[in-house]
Design a protein around this ligand. Sequence first.
Ligand code: COA
Length: 290
Amino acid sequence: MKRTGTPAALRVAGEADLAAIAAIAIATGQDEDWGVAFPAYIRFLIANGTLLVADRAGAVLGYGGALRIEAGAAPACMLTDLFVHPDEHGSGLGRAILGELWRDQPRRMTFSSLHSHALPLYTSFGVDAWWPLLYLRGDVRALTMPGGWSAAAAEPSRVASLELAWTGSDRSAEHQMWAAWPGGAGVVASLDGQPLAAGTIGGADSEFGICHLAVDATAASDADARDAVVAVLSWLDPPDGQARACLPAPHPGTRALLSAGWRVEEFDLHMTSEPGLIDPLRLVPSPALA
Ligand SMILES: CC(C)(COP(=O)(O)OP(=O)(O)OC[C@H]1O[C@@H](n2cnc3c(N)ncnc32)[C@H](O)[C@@H]1OP(=O)(O)O)[C@@H](O)C(=O)NCCC(=O)NCCS
């Protein structure tokens, strides 16, 4: 039953909202590393993006986050999070938060969940669904390092400078954050000694895997984009052999992982105000931060 009376107000979130934000995430069924990765992620958004909460008489009822990132020719506003307490679903809070986050932001994108309110709500803000982002899980021991390829640990600053040179997008703050997660590290994958992919791995337990992997799109073929993913994953050594990678369904690595016995656990829908903000054939994006 919806609580009525005092209307909710939107305000910028701060450190003191961390526990209330985690409680909303839990109430909406999120499964996160609540001890390390989730607080670090929320602090990252407070420092580098926009994080809003809907508050009614001191009670946080929902939150939403956004981050401006270089995407193609210009910055785009990535909706990173939108979560409303289930008691309040359908009462307009999601629309109110999103309207504030995407105000004056014509280039918009997000990875939409399959919740029945999500896609219609986002569509009403002028974004369309283009491709699924597959949450793939499997055994890294089923993969072998492709011929000519190698992978090696790298400082987050090195990873970020390669990505900046290849894409024009400065993701140094993100790579620093991901590398500080449990199991986190920067990685560079090279073909015949030439770096073609750079990213960060990390995450606690079942979340462990590729956080984000960029490739040199001018030098890498479809086969290279596939092999870069396989190279990084086959280089991992998790205790149970299990890892995760979120691949755009059209990414050339998708078939390779599925044919090696990896499985699709769930998927989101990539929604944007125009096609081409993310290259689904090259980037392995973070589901939250792209
Ligand atoms: C998705 C979510 C944030 C939306 O927030 P909300 O407060 O429930 O949404 P709102 O009430 O503001 O708006 C929902 C819209 O979807 C519409 N809608 C709902 N079900 C629909 C359906 N089956 N078909 C078409 N439209 C539908 C509603 O009519 C409403 O539009 P309106 O304002 O024009 O009436 C919230 O439901 C939520 O937290 N869901 C669970 C977590 C989640 O999946 N979050 C999304 C992460 S990407």
